[in-house]
Structure formats: structure tokens, C-alpha cells
Design a protein around this ligand. Structure first.
Ligand code: ZN
Length: 403
């Protein structure tokens, strides 16, 4: 992998950044399964995963394809044919020739998030980058893919109709002038072809100062921007994560927000973040009302003991009021608000990780457990014998999981 000094006509699209969310494990397995052993580019993968759970994604990807996958390590060199997976609770960022890990602010409610990876790769490698957005809810990856394009890189999106969850690819398609929209089964061959093709525009588009500021914000965990350094214009909204003011950024048609401490949102994830904030506020209100009812009851009892009956009745009334309001809030909390967008966590990954930590288990068709449509893990282009072999392997794994 060429270092910072090299940027010439021999350069190919040798930096591939991939983002996936719900439904991502099976999708990524199929993707790496179709790549050749001599794939000439480095691959960086962000899958939305819970921050606290262990992740077995690198083992799963290594097992199902010819390339070696591992959790990215801060400072390690970038090498072709390697798969660098974002570990739980860390953004993975691409520098010139090396990998950075960061526990910087969550973006689109996630860490790892897709946008910081794409943005950093675009800044470091410009036209050499291929950005790939796969299955997932909401729209992480859209802003990052826009940046990849702006710096002269290539944008590929999984055909939304082919994705377990179409939102992420559909959003990218809506906002970004993508180069290729492909079903999953055609992705590996296209990536291989592009990775061997020289880049057309060298040092194409200059990195805007805003992009540099944003990547700095992703990299540095304690990086706080002064007001006049924050890209965009001050908005009337507050950050759902830290309650600080938000700045509005316009990326073409895409409206984004970022706070001083670096939390970043698209408008879609803003709504999801607000839904979370509303729920937290309602639980807090519920608790306060319950406490108010308990105190009112105690005061009513004490007033009765002192024969202050009128006072006792007033406290009875207060208790009734508090309980009625608490009941109303509880109803809303239990029924949920279906008008707001939500994101399903990548359950497959959690199940896998838990099981892998436990021992024998493995992957395969956990999608069924999540009530989503199944898809074979086998490559459709595989010879029948190989297919059968893989199915038998899957069967063993499933049996193993039952032990
Ligand atoms: Zn914030």
C-alpha cells in the first residue's frame, strides 16, 4: 500500500470503505465471500454494533472469504487485501498510510459510525476511495458518500430492493450522484475490477476547510470547536445527545447538524435522537409524578393523624392528580410513538458475538430469528458442489449452536 509520498498515475482505487447496519452481517459475509484472494485494495468496514457487546465479525468474515479480517488497531499500517473492521465503541478512521481509532463523539447516534470513516478516507485518499453503502435503517453513510464523491472517489450503493433494510442505500441514492447501483451478488466483481483500474483524476478536488475541521473533530476525543470554527450556521435546535446548540450544514440537498462537541446528525437521525430524548424526558416526568403521589399520600396521612381533615383532603387530591398524570404518561410510553423513525440494532451481530464468546456457535440465518426474510449465504454463482459443501457447513454450525 503506497504511503503519503505516492500519488501518481499508477494509483488505483485501492481504498474501499464499506458501511452497513441492520442486516449487515449476512450481507458482508456474501460480499467478502465473492472477493478473490489477490484483491488489491484495503477494505474498511463499519457495521453498527452495540458499544458494550463483544464482536465476532472479523472471525466471521475471515471464515467466509479468502481475505483476512481483523479489528482495526490504532496506528497500524494499511495493507492491500486486508479487511479492517471497526471494533465496538470506536470510530475507525483512515489516515495516509495508517489506521486511526477514535472514541470521538457519536455520529448519527452510533460509534462506530459510517460517515466518519468515509469522510476521513476521502480526506486522506481522495480519488482512490470507493465508498460502498449496504443494507441498514435510517441514513448513516449518506453524508460520508457525498464527501467521497466530492473528493473525486467512486460511490457504490447496494440496490435497495436487494437489501434486507433499504433505508441506508435508498438515502444514499437520493442524495448522492452514485456511480453504481448493484445487487449484492454483483458487488464483489465490480469492486475487484475497479480496484485494478487506475484513478482518472489525480489530486482531483481540494479538501475544503470544513471537511478538515470535521475529520479533526472525529479524530480528537477532547476536541471542542470555537464558535467561529464550527462549519455551517448556528441553528435554533439543541443536540439530542449533549443538549448543546447545533450548527446546520448543507451538503447539496442533505441537511445535517453538528454540535460544538462533535455529535453529528442527518435530519433523519435527528428525529430518531429526539425520539430517544423525548422518551428519557417522559421517564423522568413519570418518576417525578410517582414521587409526588407518594409524598402527597404521606402528608395526607400525617394531617389526618393531627386531625387536620381539610388539609388531608387537599393532599388526597394532589395524590390523585399525580397518579392520573403518571398513568397518562405511562400509557404513551407503553404504546410508543410510531410516527418517529427508529433503528433496529444489529441483533445478528450481538447474537453472534455472544455465542462466539460462549463457544461452538456460529452465524448463519440469525436473520430468521429477527423475523426478517432469509437469504442464502451461498454465492449464487457457486458450483453446486461447493454450494452443498457450504450448506452442510452451515447445518453443522446450526447443530453446534444447539449443543
Ligand atoms: Zn452534542
Amino acid at each position: 500500500m503506497p504511503g503519503p509520498e505516492r500519488h501518481d498515475t499508477n494509483d488505483t482505487h485501492d481504498i474501499v470503505v464499506v458501511g452497513a447496519s441492520t442486516g449487515g452481517v449476512e450481507t458482508l459475509v456474501n460480499l467478502v465471500n465473492g472477493l478473490p484472494r489477490d484483491f488489491p485494495a484495503a477494505i474498511f468496514v463499519v457495521l453498527h454494533i452495540p458499544a458494550q457487546a463483544p464482536s465476532a465479525l472479523p472471525q466471521i468474515l475471515s471464515r467466509h472469504g479468502p481475505l483476512r479480517a481483523h479489528h482495526a488497531v490504532d496506528g497500524e499500517a494499511i495493507k492491500p487485501g486486508r479487511i479492517y473492521v471497526a471494533p465496538p465503541d470506536h470510530h475507525v478512521l483512515v489516515g495516509r498510510g495508517f489506521v486511526r481509532l477514535s472514541r470521538g463523539p457519536r455520529e448519527n447516534l452510533h460509534r462506530p459510525a459510517v460517515d466518519p470513516l468515509f469522510r476521513s478516507a476521502a480526506l486522506a485518499y481522495g480519488p482512490r476511495v470507493i465508498g460502498v453503502v449496504l443494507t441498514g435503517a435510517l441514513d448513516d453513510g449518506t453524508a460520508g458518500l457525498l464527501t467521497v464523491k466530492r473528493r473525486g472517489g467512486l460511490a457504490i450503493v447496494q440496490n435497495p430492493e436487494d437489501a434486507f433494510f433499504p433505508d441506508m442505500p435508498a438515502s444514499a441514492l437520493h442524495y448522492v450522484a452514485v456511480d453504481y447501483v448493484l445487487p449484492l451478488k454483483q458487488l464483489p466483481a465490480k469492486l475487484d475490477q475497479l480496484a485494478r483500474t487506475p484513478v482518472k483524476e489525480l489530486a482531483a478536488l481540494p479538501a475544503p476547510r470544513d471537511l478538515q475541521r470535521e475529520v479533526q473533530s472525529d479524530e480528537l476525543e477532547a476536541f471542542v470547536m470555537e464558535n467561529d470554527e464550527i462549519p455551517g450556521t448556528l441553528s435554533a435546535f439543541t443536540c439530542p445527545e449533549c443538549k448543546g446548540p447545533l450548527w446546520e450544514l448543507r451538503d447539496g440537498e442533505l441537511l445535517r447538524f453538528r454540535c460544538r462537541t462533535g455529535h453529528a446528525f442527518t435530519s433523519e437521525t435527528m428525529l430518531a435522537g429526539q425520539a430517544q430524548a423525548i422518551e428519557e424526558a417522559m421517564w423522568a416526568a413519570l418518576n417525578t409524578l410517582e414521587e409526588s403521589a407518594i409524598i402527597s399520600r404521606r402528608l395526607a396521612r400525617e394531617a389526618r393523624e393531627r386531625n387536620h381533615l381539610r388539609v388531608a383532603e387537599r393532599f388526597d387530591e394532589r395524590e390523585r392528580n399525580a397518579r392520573q398524570r403518571a398513568q397518562a404518561i405511562r400509557q404513551v410510553l407503553l404504546n410508543g410513538d410510531e410516527t418517529l423513525p427508529t433503528e433496529t440494532p444489529e441483533i445478528e451481530e450481538t447474537v453472534e458475538a455472544t455465542a462466539a464468546a460462549g463457544s461452538t456457535l456460529s452465524k448463519v440465518d440469525l436473520g430468521a430469528a429477527n423475523g426478517r426474510r432469509k437469504r442464502s449465504l451461498s454465492s449464487p454463482n457457486k458450483p453446486a458442489s461447493q454450494q452443498a459443501e457450504q450448506e452442510s457447513e452451515q447445518e453443522q454450525e446450526q447443530n453446534g449452536a444447539g449443543d
